[in-house]
Ligand binder design. Structure first.
Ligand SMILES: [Zn+2]
Ligand SMILES: [Zn+2]
Length: 238
């Protein structure tokens, strides 16, 4: 296998998935691009995962809005890095430019970002589904690709079909704040509650912006009897 990899690398050398520079090994990003990415690191809120503005040594704290509680459907949310100018192309490449090979590299980041989730335990990875008309147009669901690659690393099965997005919604980028919540309301339906009931579910998506889509999906999973719901995304608007 090692030899085969060496031969392959000499014919088709691995490249940095952001700038295209040839790499010595299959590490995904060159050191320069890697350093540009704003990874989310501790300290962050133990529940929603939002990084705390100033460094504090206390771990396991909650941010003010999680202390207040309210209608928060997640056990925890985690993301690998900030969604900004440096990371944007990584996410958009996978979503719109057919750079499906990025999924393997991004799944490694997801694996790292999800360590608190793996520690607590999880039963199913569930990629946020696309409406079938969008799936036909894009030909793949980027979240399903990520979940499929992540499955190989965490050895937790992916559920591709228990939840469907049965309502066609406008892209969330066209809305802000409360409109986003309205836009995705009633968008998801659990088709196989028996596969969800009693399970600890990890929702997988590429970006969390306001979290409206993930929340709506989490709410239908809760109604279907999920034991807990986490959200794990590659990037996040913080
Ligand atoms: Zn690079
Ligand atoms: Zn929080």
């Amino acid at each position: 296998m090692k030899l085969l990899q060496k031969i392959l690398n000499s014919v088709l050398p691995p490249r940095c998935i952001l700038c295209g520079k040839i790499l010595h090994e299959e590490e995904g990003l060159c050191p320069e691009c890697f350093n540009e990415i704003n990874f989310i690191s501790r300290p962050y809120c133990a529940a929603c995962g939002r990084p705390f503005p100033e460094a504090s040594s206390d771990d396991g704290l909650l941010c003010p809005s999680c202390v207040k509680g309210g209608n928060y459907p997640f056990r925890m949310c985690r993301s690998a890095f900030h969604y900004d100018d440096a990371s944007k192309n990584l996410v958009l490449g996978l979503k719109f430019l057919d750079k499906t090979e990025n999924a393997g590299v991004l799944a490694r980041f997801l694996y790292q970002a999800g360590r608190d989730i793996w520690k607590e335990g999880a039963d199913l990875l569930l990629p946020v589904p696309l409406h079938y008309t969008r799936l036909i147009k894009r030909r793949y669901n980027q979240s399903a690709l990520l979940a499929g690659e992540l499955e190989k690393l965490v050895v937790i099965p992916v559920d591709y079909g228990s939840v469907v997005r049965h309502k066609k919604t406008r892209p969330q980028v066209e809305f802000s704040g409360h409109e986003r919540i309205q836009n995705v309301k009633g968008a998801f339906r659990v088709r196989h509650p028996e596969r969800i009931s009693g399970r600890r579910i990890v929702l997988i998506d590429d970006v969390m912006t306001t979290g409206s889509t993930l929340k709506e999906c989490a709410l239908v999973l809760q109604k279907a009897g999920a034991a807990s719901v986490d959200a794990l995304t590659v990037a996040r608007v913080c």
